[in-house]
Design a binder for this molecule. Structure first.
Ligand SMILES: Nc1ncnc2c1ncn2[C@@H]1O[C@H](COP(=O)(O)OP(=O)(O)OP(=O)(O)O)[C@@H](O)[C@H]1O
Ligand SMILES: [Mg+2]
Length: 261
């Protein structure tokens, strides 16, 4: 008797329970291995992470601990070898690359250390780009791009090109571009890495404001001062979560220090 198609699926993992609607990210047992010649490198060794809608999370950890690997999986740029990943109620860990690309465009806004803007294009056009890919008409595109630039405080710089903007303004354009599609999550990899400390503080203020407005933010950073802005800190070590602390818990710990200490 021929086997039913389901039983020959490439990724046969039986998914666990569907996440609750307030859980925008759920990973269970994520494992990612890289093959280098005969050697195998385990970049993620069983990551279980749940992030609720509206959370602001910093991912920290030493170099090589798996931060970028995890961000790439969460951002649908890469898929884990084992385990499951649910994004906004969809089981993306079993999706084809084509479907994954679609999910990525709709659900994820990326912010990078080096801004990744088109040099020849104006701020407005840079922010319009994801909407061009999404097939949205010119008029609506321009309106939404303008609104997004207004949200990051750049209404007076829409027609400037990146070279005519400061570092902080460039990062604001990149943030406006990440927000313009109305993604479920904003993923930032070292968003202040290329900025001086005053400008970095401004960008952190903007993130806090976006968080207050209800956006879900996930940021990778080496800098514990930057991470302290997030409400929750997840520490990776050797490809797994070593610590997961929310600021409220940390405050509670401080509150409970006995007076005589
Ligand atoms: N494409 C790849 N091929 C082989 N090994 C890789 C690849 N990408 C990452 N690795 C390995 O996987 C591990 C995790 O790498 P990853 O880039 O996720 O670390 P990271 O925490 O982002 O480090 P950093 O802080 O230096 O950016 C490392 O040991 C790294 O050498
Ligand atoms: Mg990295």
């Amino acid at each position: 008797m021929p086997e039913p198609l389901d039983s020959v699926a490439v990724k046969p993992a039986t998914p666990g329970t569907r996440p609750a609607t307030h859980e925008v990210i759920v990973t269970r047992g994520l494992l990612r291995r890289y093959r280098m010649g005969d050697a195998e490198i385990l970049a993620l060794t069983g990551v279980d992470l749940t992030i609720d809608r509206g959370e602001y999370v910093a991912i920290m950890g030493p170099s090589g601990s798996g931060k970028s690997t995890l961000m790439n999986v969460i951002g649908c740029l890469d898929q884990a070898d084992e385990g499951e990943y649910w994004l906004n109620g969809q089981l993306v860990s079993v999706m084809s690359e084509r479907r994954l690309a679609g999910i990525r465009n709709r659900e994820i806004g990326f912010v990078f250390q080096n801004f990744n803007l088109l040099h020849r294009a104006t701020a407005l056009h840079n922010v319009e780009l994801p909407l061009i890919y999404a097939g949205i008409g010119r008029r609506e595109r321009q309106e939404r791009a303008q609104e997004s630039l207004e949200r990051v405080g750049l209404s007076d710089r829409m027609l400037h090109r990146p070279a005519e903007l400061s570092g902080g303004q460039r990062q604001r354009v990149a943030i406006a571009r990440a927000l313009v599609t109305g993604p479920s999550i904003l993923l930032a990899d070292e968003p202040t890495g290329a900025l001086d400390s005053a400008t970095a503080a401004e960008i952190m203020q903007l993130f806090e404001e976006l968080h207050r407005q209800g956006n879900t933010l996930i940021m990778v950073t080496h800098d514990s001062e930057v991470a302290a802005h997030a409400a929750r800190q997840v520490n990776l070590k050797d490809g797994r979560i070593e610590a997961d602390t929310s600021r409220a818990e940390a405050r509670e710990d401080v509150d409970h220090v006995p007076e005589h200490v």
